[in-house]
Write a protein that binds this ligand. Structure first.
Ligand code: ADP
Ligand code: MG
Ligand code: MG
Length: 886
């Protein structure tokens, strides 16, 4: 019984771990009766043994010999036979495809003697010498590390001497001389002759394939693609077939559907009289499959029927490698093919439409990351100039505009602008909102610029280190770009271009917005089908974070089932600041009440508009959260204003009083200071005014025939007592307003203490909403705005975390707080509704966690709603994580 070697007859496509993707699929095709040259697979087990010990495991030799005998018997040809030699290919192939990362050696078995036998037997001397020179080249490179350029140089010299443009035109004599030249190069580099013994060639090749698992480029590729480093590769040994056997032969690659668009049909390239990598190496121009149909209609028809069978068997897009030898078609590889995000959607929906897969399976074939990609506009780079610089592609999309260097200029601009900064901070928010795109010279994927831009669905390139950013221009080498110049930034590639590049707006977004019909467009109908199906299977509802009627309307168009977080702080900005100042400066109850009384109707109108836009759906309104000094001028600014007034001998008046107040309420750690529920308890009447505004808005909407469903949410609660006090006051206020529909009162869970005492808090809360931004800050004890730029890059390098815990929920820590709170809360209140309203609500990996944790909904920015809907559906039908990287 074999342990390390499987004949192609014995494997199948399910054995990818053991046989690698290539080996398992060669076995599957063999089982299907397709024309696959005979061969066998040396398992990944053998590779792992080799990587552990540095030697091929015991018994492997005998197993390989036994299986070799089977091939020889089947073909009636022996390895090393000088009259009619068997030739072999030795091919790498692990569990996950690593294109071009590892090695394959063709034509094993040729030497100075067998090459003559091959020439005689095939009646084609040229072909025999061409195969031999290929073997020396591939074997020399892979087994002995001879630099490829050395062989390339000889090949170029041979072409020049013969006066021909392509390898295919080299004659027999030239190829024979080339073999001699290659052997000299081999000797000079390796210090020994090219091995003549076919068995030595075979075992050296197998060993070299195993060893190539750990080449630098393979290691790097795996790290990027998140492929584990300890899987190892299998080796496939199979009989050669010859595409380089004259014009009646050739080799090609094909896809069962277009991997770029998903369109039905067969797509491929074919190269007559060629072997192996010639097709993709671009040495000669390939022809399309329609041309093959003219040249060799029988093989073409055969190929098409095989591809149809493969699609039915794999129920997915397949890509294949094939070779035609003297008019006979051979299958050399197939696998489920990689594809663009658009093609992924189109193909999944088509296959579901054809009944080949269920809609549940179709959902698992696409990802939220892919949908996000489809929602960003893209540049048309066909005629693009060379990029000025390349930075970190932080938030996908394509943006062009005139360059501005500060937030105020961006906010004041009339046309599209690109905000260029060293890095951004919360003060830049208005400029970021106004700008088309954001470009920074510092910071990575979790820098402030990147996080905020992604949340807004805005294009961002950050950390473009070649940029020297000054106050009114930036330099890249000798190039100077001044304020007012136009640039284009590509958030998908990180490229920064001079001038304006043409863009294509995302059709998917235009469809969500209702600007395009889906009919007739395969991508849009696919997105419609899959997001629609996700909604029907999802256990997790998707709400939006929205504070205005416009945002609420957009969220609805994007499929939100309500508002999970309506912030009220922006309702205290602009002209209303003055009222807030009066509130803070108030010395007595009367002054305070009069300021609040003026705020009341303004708040009521805000809420009425949002409730109207979300009619019939829940709107969770959060009472004011930030510390009040955020609404006052800064300490520095006031100190400066007061000092100037005094220098002029004037009375600083209002500014002087403000300064006293700002000094009084100044905090060392505002994030941990007087904010949230603490404000409600410390500033009499503030929360009551907000609750009254909600009640009046709801009553007005109800009276107008609407279906308002507001909920009131208390931020930053740590103790049930805090919530009870606010709740008692709120209930009183609500009952005093007439015609108010029932309004639930719940709490955010964003302080670790609240999560841990959820069992005490639940009786006072109609619902929980996890504020995972604050919960993450408080669980880790760092503030996002301060640490992301400062040390997150280093922390990722050091392996403290793989992704920022502000991007993807930290399952072990913050996630455990969420689970604990849900469990304890529901143990006393089984019907407790629990949701999430942090940034994580729109992050694909986090959505899966929230589903697993048994939450009722996630809430995220409107732009991310479709992604969250899709992921909520995937989580419901999936059995384990399916990530983007495969
Ligand atoms: P990769 O994994 O990089 O695609 P492969 O193992 O598929 O490498 O092989 C490289 C090339 O050699 C492919 O074009 C393949 O079709 C060709 N090839 C592999 N085995 C044989 C064979 N037995 N006969 C003819 N061509 C082969
Ligand atoms: Mg291949
Ligand atoms: Mg918070």
């Amino acid at each position: 019984m074999s342990r390390y070697v499987f004949d192609f007859n014995d494997g199948n496509k399910e054995l990818q771990d053991l046989l690698g993707g290539k080996g398992a699929n060669l076995a599957e095709m063999t089982r299907m009766g397709l024309p696959v040259p005979p061969g066998f697979t040396v398992t990944t087990d053998a590779c792992r043994a080799y990587l552990r010990t540095g030697a091929l495991p015991d018994g492997l030799f005998q197993e390989v010999e036994d299986h070799l005998r089977l091939i020889e018997a089947r073909l009636g040809r022996r390895l090393g036979d000088s009259a009619d030699p068997l030739l072999l290919s030795v091919r790498s192939g692990g569990r996950f495809s690593m294109p071009g990362m590892m090695e394959t050696i063709l034509d094993i078995g040729l030497n100075d003697t067998t090459v003559l036998g091959l020439a005689r037997r095939s009646g084609d001397e040229r072909f025999a010498w061409d195969s031999y020179r290929r073997l020396i080249q591939m074997f020399g490179k892979t087994v002995f590390g001879v630099p490829g350029e050395q062989f390339d140089a000889e090949l170029a010299a041979a072409r020049e001497a013969a006066g021909v443009a392509t390898d295919a035109e080299l004659g027999t004599a030239a190829l024979r001389e080339l073999v001699a030249a290659y052997q000299k190069r081999f000797f000079a580099y390796a210090g020994r002759d090219f091995p003549q013994a076919p068995h030595e060639q075979l075992y050296s090749a197998i060993t070299a394939v195993f060893a190539s698992w750990n080449t630098e480029r393979a290691v790097l590729y795996r790290r990027q693609e998140h492929i584990p480093g300890d899987l190892g590769t299998a080796v496939n040994v199979m009989a050669m077939v010859f595409g380089n056997h004259g014009t009646n032969s050739g080799t090609g690659v094909a896809f069962t559907r277009d991997p770029a668009t998903g369109r039905r049909g067969v797509y491929g390239d074919y190269l007559p009289n060629a072997q192996g990598e010639d097709v993709v190496a671009g040495i000669r121009n390939t022809v399309g499959l329609d041309e093959l149909a003219r040249m060799d209609p029988a093989s073409h028809a055969r190929l098409l029927s095989i591809m149809e069978k493969l699609e039915l068997r794999y129920r997915d897009l397949c890509d294949i490698e094939f070779t035609i030898e003297d008019g006979k078609l051979w299958m050399l590889q197939t696998r489920v093919g990689k594809r663009t995000p658009a093609a992924a959607f189109v193909i999944a929906a088509q296959l579901a439409g054809e009944g080949l897969i269920t809609d549940d399976e179709a959902l698992l074939r696409v990802t939220g990351g892919q949908l996000a990609h489809l929602m960003f506009p893209a540049f048309d780079t066909t005629n693009a100039p060379a990029p000025l610089a390349i930075g970190v592609p932080a938030s996908p999309g394509a943006a062009s505009g005139t360059v501005v260097f500060d937030s105020a200029a961006a906010a004041a601009a009339t046309g599209p602008v690109i905000l260029v900064r060293h890095e951004t901070n919360p003060d830049d928010l208005p400029g970021m909102i106004a700008a088309q795109g954001i470009l920074t010279s510092r910071g990575g994927k979790t820098s402030h610029a990147a996080v905020v831009a992604r949340g807004m669905g805005k294009t961002c390139v950050c950390g473009a280190e070649d940029l020297e950013v000054g106050p009114s221009l930036f330099r890249v080498g000798d190039t100077v770009v001044s304020e007012g110049d136009v640039i284009s930034i590509d958030g998908t590639t990180g490229r920064v271009y001079p001038g304006e590049l043409p863009v294509r707006p995302s059709a998917v977004v235009r469809w969500f917005e209702g600007e395009l019909p889906s009919t007739g467009d395969p991508l849009l109908t696919a997105v419609e089908r899959l997001t629609g199906h996700a909604d029907t299977v999802a256990k997790l509802a998707v709400h939006a974070n929205a504070d205005t009627a416009a945002d609420a309307e957009r969220a609805r168009r994007f499929g939100a089932a309500g508002i999970g977080l309506c912030r009220t702080e922006h309702m205290f900005l602009g002209e209303r600041r003055e009222l807030v100042e009066r509130l803070i400066l108030a010395t007595g109850d009367e002054e305070r009440q009069s300021a609040l009384a003026e705020l009341l109707p303004l708040q009521r109108d805000d809420f009425t508009a949002v409730l109207a836009a979300m009619d019939g759906l829940p709107v969770t309104i959060r009472l004011i959260d930030p510390p009040l000094h955020e609404f006052l001028p800064s300490l520095e600014e006031l100190t400066d204003r007061v000092a100037r007034a005094q220098a002029r001998g004037e009375d600083p008046g209002h500014d002087g009083r403000l300064l006293v107040a700002v000094r009084r309420i100044h905090e060392q750690n505002p994030m941990l200071g007087l904010r949230g529920v603490r404000l409600g308890l410390m500033v009499p009447g503030l929360f009551a005014m907000q609750v009254r505004a909600v009640a009046q808005a709801a009553a007005a909407r109800a009276a107008a025939g609407g279906d308002p469903r507001p909920e009131i949410m208390v931020p930053l609660v740590a103790s049930v007592r805090e919530l009870e006090l606010v709740r008692a006051e709120a209930s009183q206020v609500l009952s005093a307003v007439e015609g108010v529909p029932p309004i639930r009162i719940g709490t955010m869970i964003e302080v670790p203490r609240a999560a841990l005492t959820a069992g005490e808090i639940a009786p006072a809360a109609d619902f929980f909403s996890f504020g995972t931004n604050d919960l993450t800050q408080m669980a880790w004890g760092f503030s996002r705005d301060d640490v992301e730029g400062a040390f997150f890059g280093r922390y990722r390098e050091l392996g403290v975390f793989a992704t920022s815990p502000f991007e993807t929920i930290d399952v072990a820590g913050v996630g455990e707080l969420v689970r604990t709170a849900v469990r304890r809360g529901r143990s006393v209140r089984p019907d407790l509704v629990a949701g999430v309203c942090g940034e994580h609500g729109g992050d694909p990996d986090s959505v899966r966690f929230f589903h697993d944790a048994g939450l009722n909904y996630v809430s995220c920015s409107p732009f991310r709603v479709p992604v969250a809907r899709l992921e909520a559906g995937r989580a419901a039908v999936g059995d384990g994580p399916v990530s983007d990287s495969r």
